[in-house]
Design a protein around this ligand. Structure first.
Ligand code: ATP
Ligand code: MG
Ligand code: MG
Length: 551
């Protein structure tokens, strides 16, 4: 049972159920705008919305909040479906598009105009901004504010028909230009955009603004708890105003603190920049905090869900350590990843008393954490590779790895003792020669003698050469937005966030299916990249092992 962080929204729902609100229903929604790929911040919202519905026997909709034709794309719609499913959530037949409601939104706008609660404004965007005022200074009313309902209806209809150019007119709610909440100062609710929409094509040339559309989407779908991030707190009076004035079903908006992670940027705008300007290789680059990137990096859905459970849900903004996410992943992979041996910086070992034309298969457990994962056979022969750093010619005291005269255990194999070294003309060790103790098969002996160091190894002639992609933080700064004058977050990109290396792995690694995770013993967790093939296996380093392995 993992630690669960506190979640004030759960308490609100429990109270609502106790008080019999909404007839005992719990109905949430996850409402992404399809203008980019989902990131780990969205995962928090997904787990929260689907999680609360699941916990209280309710429902959760997947709703594409696609009211802005300029930035949206079906590629994003598809990636969002894939990512939500992969995280383990199911919206069944409850997939909705805000754009499917365009007709109804328009009817609601007409209703506001009829009721004298909205007007068509001819001010330019810049003028509207100036008239809006500031926090300390009240706004001014537009000179067009007192048009008659008939005139407004006519103008709105003509806006819809396409008689005006982009920006020439807007529809605004008529609320209060002196409200201390700037969002209430006659906000724009429709704008003109002669643009092709990914779902409605060229049916519309006017599009509703988020604040107008969002509450109506929730209302139409019968959402009970409309959960959003803290920046919308100041928009809630507006959310409530529209629903109240229109006299429609009124969901409850609840705001929570968004997820921020160290060394990470988390806005789609910034992620899009990284992709477009080729700082990374696409939205699913394993360094990206996108769900697609995390998946390719080797994250599991379970680890992400465990993480969102742990951090909980609150009202105060904070920045979570990236290492917390990694720890959740290690916990999960430790349970499920099969162990494999792979040598990244090879040093040849020759077992001088092992017959030259012989080889044998040694048995190895796949996962000491889970017997049900079974065993595999690993080829052993006279010539092996071990990790270069597992040998020292002149070791310091208490060095438990291999040195001349010393004895170590080869994991799953035998004890070996170093009897000789071979050097090149520069004095670098090129081979270590060892004898093995045939009675130590499996890595133990009857006499129970103590052998402290254990090394991983591969049989030289059986090993498969793999590419390993060693990833590090994409940003060097904990807060990537902290950049010098005139610079943005891209100034803090880590130039060494990807290092490509080779390794020699057990033959079984050639068969690794893409997105399968392994623990390369003592090296970390690795996942087979989609680029992998039998001819050239490719692995991404997902995360290092926390502790070096001293058994
Ligand atoms: P971004 O700023 O990254 O573009 P967004 O809020 O504009 O994010 P949406 O597609 O509107 O992106 O987000 C869908 C849902 O996910 C919203 O309810 C939003 O509040 C939530 N969400 C987005 N980012 C985070 C985050 N960092 N932490 C928690 N929830 C988030
Ligand atoms: Mg948004
Ligand atoms: Mg956005």
């Amino acid at each position: 049972e993992t630690y669960k962080g506190s979640n004030f929204i759960r308490n609100i729902i429990i109270k609502d159920l106790e008080e019999g609100r909404n007839g005992g229903r719990v109905h949430t929604r996850f409402p992404p705008e399809p203008n980019g790929y989902l990131h780990i911040g969205h995962a928090k919202s997904i787990c929260l919305n689907f999680g609360m519905a699941e916990e209280f026997g309710g429902k959760c909709n997947l709703r594409f909040d696609d009211t802005n034709p300029l930035k949206e794309d079906t590629e994003y719609v598809e990636s969002i479906r894939r990512d939500v499913k992969w995280l383990g959530f199911d919206w069944e037949d409850r997939e909705y598009f805000a754009s499917d409601y365009f007709g109804r939104f328009y009817e609601y706008a007409v209703q506001l105009v009829r009721d004298g609660l909205a007007f068509v404004d001819d001010l330019t965007a810049e003028e509207i901004r100036q008239y809006r005022g500031t926090l300390t200074e009240s706004g001014r009313e537009s000179p067009y504010r007192n048009r008659s309902a008939e005139e407004n209806l006519d103008l709105l209809e003509r806006m819809k028909k396409g008689e005006f150019k982009d920006g020439e007119k807007v529809l605004r709610a008529k609320i209060d230009m002196s409200s201390p909440n700037i969002n209430m100062r006659d906000p724009v609710i429709y704008r003109i955009a002669h643009a092709e929409h990914h779902n409605t094509g060229s049916d519309w040339c006017i599009y509703p603004m988020y604040d107008f559309a969002h509450g109506l989407e929730d209302s139409i779908e019968g959402i009970t708890h409309s959960i959003c991030t803290l920046e919308f707190e100041d928009h809630r009076p507006l959310y409530d105003w529209f629903l109240e004035k229109l006299g429609v079903y009124h969901p409850q908006q609840i705001e929570f603190a968004r997820l921020n992670l160290t060394n990470t940027v988390m806005s789609k705008r910034k992620l899009l920049k990284l992709v477009q300007e080729k700082y990374v290789n696409g939205w699913d680059d394993p360094r990206m905090p996108t769900i697609a990137g995390l998946r390719r990096r080797g994250f599991t859905p379970e680890s992400i869900r465990m993480f969102t459970d742990m951090i909980g849900v609150s009202k105060s903004n904070s920045i979570i350590e990236y290492s917390l996410l990694e720890n959740c992943l290690r916990d999960d992979l430790n349970k499920r990843a099969h162990r494999r041996m792979a040598v990244i910086d090879p040093l040849k070992m020759v077992i001088v008393n092992y017959p030259e034309d012989t080889e044998e298969l040694l048995e190895a457990e796949n996962n000491p954490e889970n017997e049900a994962d079974g065993k595999r056979m690993i080829p052993f022969s006279r010539e092996l590779y071990i990790e270069r750093e597992d040998f020292m010619e002149n070791p310091p005291k208490k060095y438990f790895r291999l040195f001349p005269g010393g004895e170590i255990r080869l994991k799953h194999a035998y004890y070996v003792t170093c009897v000789n070294v071979v050097k090149d003309s520069d004095g670098n060790v090129t081979e270590v020669h060892c004898t093995y103790d045939p009675a130590s098969k499996g890595g133990w002996t009857e006499d129970g003698r103590k052998v402290r160091g254990t090394s991983h190894w591969v049989s030289a002639k059986h090993a498969v050469k793999c590419e390993v992609r060693m990833y590090d933080n994409l940003f060097t700064k904990e807060n990537p937005d902290e950049a010098g004058d005139g610079q943005d977050f891209t100034a803090n990109i880590n130039p060494d966030s990807l290092r490509i290396a080779e390794c020699w792995g057990e033959p079984a690694l050639a068969e690794a299916k893409e997105l399968t995770s392994f623990q390369f013993m003592r090296q970390g967790y690795f996942v087979a990249d989609p680029d992998t093939s039998k001819e050239k296996p490719v692995f991404n380093r997902t995360v290092s092992l926390k502790d070096s392995w001293a058994k």
